[in-house]
Design a protein. Structure first.
Ligand SMILES: Nc1nc2c(ncn2[C@@H]2O[C@H](COP(=O)(O)OP(=O)(O)OP(=O)(O)O)[C@@H](O)[C@H]2O)c(=O)[nH]1
Ligand SMILES: [Zn+2]
Length: 362
């Protein structure tokens, strides 16, 4: 029935529900669960969930590692939530904010065996909602009735999983001339994904030849560096140096990708910064939050380049992973153009960590 939401639309709806703190229902071959994000859990909803059955907290293995708790489900762990647990207990397990003040949060009872697919799907959804990667779930045979009674979104896990891994098609919705300080021949394109996800931008300078390598930069959004001149990173100077270089060159394309905080979102990036103030480096901070070093999906950048008709690039980057991801996606990287600007006393440790742990060429 064409009026019914498609699987990608159901996933987008579930993501929005989790962001608001609304429960969703996850249905798989082995059962049904009601799930809610740990980050915005309310006491009322916790009490309602607990009345349905045993509450389980699903977190990533990265976060479990910080908590020194075993993770028996590869990249995730499932903890039994004690009957006496409050939402504060759950959120303290999910979030590292209070780790220094209260390092001993356990003992944790990790679940082993059984099906963890609904838990895994819930974590994927919280990540794509740019929340802390943690969800609470209650398995109950009443879940579908509850969904019908309360209008909850039902996600069929096995059918939806391939779409969670798939890149949604992106479309050039509109483009218009925008004269820039770096070049009066600027044009801004807005790319919108089909899945209700964030829009990305392409800044085209001049009229780059589609049959020759284009001077290109894939810039991941950094609201602190790009907008406010934060000295904690080198993003702002890199953004402006790249545009200036394209202006001097007469042509180029800068993709401004909405992948804030290496894909973990604004709030989580600020959580990572708070951890860095406690002495953790940029990679350790991501891990303590439950994320991998880099959660960005560079297929987006490659897809936009292809959509614009580009097949080969002279890529302005210091990040070898970006080059590798482009090549994997069929974009030929003819040359790497180094972009070494914006070093200062506040970001020297950050840049050194990127060189040491992420292989950045500095
Ligand atoms: N999670 C996290 N993200 C950060 C931190 N500092 C900066 N970022 C984000 O990192 C991203 C920087 O991306 P890019 O400018 O593409 O940098 P890069 O991957 O080092 O590659 P090149 O600049 O091309 O060499 C932006 O999304 C920033 O918001 C941090 O400490 N933690
Ligand atoms: Zn930055």
């Amino acid at each position: 029935m064409s009026l019914a939401p498609s699987l990608p639309e159901l996933i987008a709806r579930a993501r929005a529900d989790l962001r608001m703190g609304v429960p969703i229902v996850l249905r798989s071959a082995t059962g049904t669960s009601v799930a809610i994000a740990a980050e915005n859990l309310s006491n009322d909803r916790l009490i309602s969930l607990a009345s349905l059955g045993d509450v389980v907290l699903a977190i990533t293995a990265r976060r479990a590692e910080t908590l020194k708790a075993p993770a028996y489900d590869n990249n995730i762990a499932r903890f039994e939530v004690p009957k006496s647990a409050t939402k504060e207990w759950i959120q303290a397990v999910a979030s590292p904010e209070g780790d220094l003040a209260t390092p001993m949060k356990g003992p944790f009872v990790s679940q082993r065996g059984g099906c963890a697919e609904r838990h895994r799907a819930a974590i994927k959804l919280t990540k794509s909602a740019r929340l802390l990667p943690a969800a609470i779930l209650v398995d109950t045979s009443e879940a579908l009735d509850l969904a019908a009674a309360h209008g909850l979104t039902i996600v069929p896990v096995e059918d939806a999983s391939p779409y969670m891994a798939l890149l949604a098609p992106l479309h050039d919705i509109i483009h218009a001339r925008v004269p820039l300080a770096a070049s009066e021949a600027g044009r801004v394109h807005v790319f919108r994904p089909d899945d209700g996800g964030e829009e990305h931008f392409a800044i085209e300078i001049g009229k780059p030849d589609r049959d020759a390598p284009v001077l290109a930069r894939l810039h991941s959004a950094c609201f602190t560096g790009d907008l406010f001149g934060s000295l904690k990173c080198d993003c702002g100077p890199q953004l402006h140096a790249a545009l200036t270089h394209m202006g001097t060159n007469g042509s180029g394309v800068l993709l401004y990708l909405n992948q804030e905080g290496r894909g973990i979102g604004h709030a989580n990036k600020m959580r990572a910064y708070a951890l860095q103030d406690q002495g953790y480096d940029t990679v350790e901070a991501n891990h303590r939050l439950g994320f991998e070093d880099d959660e960005r999906d560079f297929r987006i950048g490659a897809a936009i380049l292809k959509e614009m008709g580009f097949h080969s690039v002279n890529l302005m980057t210091n990040n070898p992973a970006k080059i590798a991801r482009m090549q994997e996606q069929g974009i030929v990287v003819v040359h790497r153009v180094p972009l070494e600007v914006g070093k200062n006393s506040h970001n020297s440790a950050y840049l050194a960590t990127k060189a040491k742990k992420s292989g950045h060429l500095l």
